[in-house]
Design a binder for this molecule. Structure first.
Ligand SMILES: NC(=O)c1ccc[n+]([C@@H]2O[C@H](COP(=O)([O-])OP(=O)(O)OC[C@H]3O[C@@H](n4cnc5c(N)ncnc54)[C@H](OP(=O)(O)O)[C@@H]3O)[C@@H](O)[C@H]2O)c1
Length: 331
């Protein structure tokens, strides 16, 4: 059994980590819940009982086996070296180390081999990159990917617990005819959608689009894969939806793709044209599996097919994937 610390235990991902560790019966001897000094002294209920939140100090990680970080990239840059120095194995949810060539970026269904020689730090991918790669990786047996065209419909939970609260509050205000004042994201969110809130970078793509592009290539070990992506925030509480057009080097058969997806780990095929029932956030919320459907030929390109994918990004896009990494390390 293991001594486990969670940095960011009061956040959207941290709360989910507590639940997933309990639900999957991760063997825990001691659990330490950490957050900012603002939360120190508050309590959280966990499967290990009610825990008092502590702030991170120089000797927080002495004696810890696994440290899960989900408190933002700056906190990871500050404290991950401290945890590693103390001998803990760190699984980091932030973007701080994901593109470091020395640090494996892992989705256990897709690239478990990257866990060898991890050196005490494993990065957990961006939520869209995790969901996207689980959905498309099984199709690699059909041939080499040439190009992906991706559009996302991303929920509030990707921006944290405060964004989820703000979406609820704005929706209440809108329905009651009161002014809708955005408090967390820059734009009105209730009954609206907008280009992803991350900063637009020099190449004209926002930070989220660039992260998904780079991380997908790293996870799939396909540095030359062409990816064209647009990320959009939609007024959904949790679970991201992703539309994907995959172009292969040679022609592909849709029925074969459907069969491969139906048998793939971490995926549930949700592909029922008769009932017009396909992946949607209300079905994906709280589920460990990614929903994949609308598996269709691309009439404009015999080398390509289309998918619609939906996954609970607090689970597979964050907490579940992190716990699965720890599970793979203790087998
Ligand atoms: N949301 C997602 O779906 C998702 C997916 C993948 C990765 N991530 C990454 O996971 C991280 C957390 O995201 P989130 O959505 O859970 O955010 P969140 O709901 O805003 O939670 C942030 C957490 O960080 C803690 N924190 C802030 N400052 C701290 C400090 N100085 N020392 C220790 N803890 C501190 C907060 O504690 P207080 O409550 O005390 O402020 C809170 O527990 C981010 O790096 C994010 O990029 C998120």
């Amino acid at each position: 059994v293991y001594k486990v610390a969670i940095v960011g235990a009061t956040g959207a991902v941290g709360q989910e980590l507590l639940k997933v560790l309990a639900h999957r019966e991760f063997p825990i001897a001691r659990l330490v819940a950490l957050a900012s000094p603002r939360s120190a002294g508050r309590t959280v209920s966990t499967a290990m009982g009610v825990l008092t939140i502590r702030e991170v100090t120089a000797n927080t990680f002495d004696d810890i086996d696994f440290a899960f970080f989900s408190a933002g990239a700056q906190r990871s840059r500050d404290f991950v070296p401290v945890a590693r120095q103390a001998g803990a194995t760190v699984i980091d949810n932030s973007s701080a180390f994901r593109m470091d060539p020395q640090v494996p970026l892992v989705v256990p269904e897709v690239n478990p081999e990257a866990l060898q020689n991890h050196g005490g730090l494993i990065a957990n991918p961006n939520c869209v990159a995790a969901i996207l790669t689980v959905a498309i990786a099984p199709l690699r047996v059909l041939g080499t990917f040439q190009r992906l065209v991706v559009s996302t419909y991303q929920s509030a939970s990707g921006a944290g617990a405060l964004a989820m609260e703000d979406l609820k509050k704005q929706t209440r205000c809108a329905l009651e005819g009161q002014p809708v004042v955005p408090r967390v994201l820059a734009h009105p969110y209730a009954f609206n959608l907008f280009s992803h809130d991350s900063e637009v970078e020099d190449n004209g793509y926002n930070g989220e689009e660039n992260k998904v592009t780079q991380e997908t290539k790293k996870i799939l070990s396909t540095p030359d894969l062409g990816i064209s992506i647009t990320c959009v925030r939609v007024p959904i509480l949790r679970a991201h939806t992703v539309s994907i057009n995959i172009e292969f080097q040679s022609p592909v058969a849709v029925q074969q793709a459907r069969e491969i997806l139906a048998a793939a780990p971490g995926i549930r095929l949700a592909d029922d044209p008769e009932r017009n029932h396909f992946p949607m956030p209300s079905d994906a919320t709280g589920k460990e599996d990614i929903l994949v459907g609308r598996v269709r030929a691309d009439p404009s390109n015999p080398h390509a097919l289309n998918l619609l994918v939906c996954g609970d990004q607090l689970l597979k896009g964050a907490a579940l994937n992190a716990v699965q990494i720890a599970e793979a390390l203790i087998i």
